[in-house]
Design a protein. Sequence first.
Length: 394
Amino acid sequence: MTARVILQPRRARPFYGRHPWVYAGAIAAVEGTPADGDVVELLSHTGHFVARGLYNSRSKIRVRLYTWDADAELDRAFFRSQLEQAIQLRRLLGLEGPGRACRLVFSEGDGLSGCIVDRYDRWLALQFTSQGLAQRREWIVEALVELLQPAGIYQRTERGIGQLEGLEARDELVWGEAPPSTIEIDEGGVHFLVNLAEGQKTGFYLDQRDNRQAVAPLARGRRVLDAFCYTGGFGLHAARAGAISVIGLDQSEPALQLARDNARINGLDNLTFVKGDVFDELDALASRGERFGMVVLDPPKFARARHAVEEALRGYRRLQTLALRLLEPHGFLVTCCCSGLISMDMLEDLLAQLAAEEKRMVQILQRRGPAPDHPVSVSCLESHYLKCLIAHVR
């Protein structure tokens, strides 16, 4: 018999509204003895069926929900159907094709909480952030092979997920042919080399695809500073669009080496990549009186937990202050944040404070988010993590 998870009184509304995360504090009782990864039914305190999901006693998210249909079973066919629908959306968006890269499955955004699948040309990168779906890896891999016929599927793991989910996983080839050391992809006419096995995340920041292309035309005829450049994403697009010069800063030498290779394969010779602590490098540039027509800030996640938000905001304050000091009049500031706990309003409030302190007129031109292959479920707005502001600074 399927175990049942009973909610506390007055705690069922979000789950009737299809929010997929049931935290331990919302639960009154568990009837039965589900093992981690088992299917459970979620019931209101009055005993009414709400949803069906996968249980994990070791996670703060005690149950991840996948169906609100009492007649639907969380079996192989169910997960195959969810994957098929996610892939169909990317086809509707026109994101598939030889040499292309896109996110095929975006966890909660595609009704598959805890599963991410990225495609790089003929290879797939698979990542699990939930115990329940990781236990069903065979089903997921089998469906991906049937639906996509990839050359190979490589599993990537996220830092700290083992402790958060009790998930034992490692980076490894799980099906087919191992990917080459670098896979070449085409993003709007700019070519990038991706290290699927060792690069950050699953090898590339696909979520910034449209933002890189939106920013590029503004770089024409300007000196550009690309901070936290990784393998050169914003900088290469800017250089190709006609930037006078681009300086890319990052602390990872392997990433910078790939950035240099990316510049070479695109025939671009107006980029310089510098290894160092980005805060220190920005300080040094500002002290020397350097000025740029565009500054791009795309830092890693500063706030991984709610208690870290204040410290993270201090980091963004320092970065944006330095950027304003480095920007020439009528320059463009591109500032990004991938910390889900920091909202767009918080970023805009911070920028308003700094504009007053630095006596600069800052005009927001665009408020942007992730590319459309990272859809946000209206039932789980927490999955809208990426913010990108494009501003004009006088």
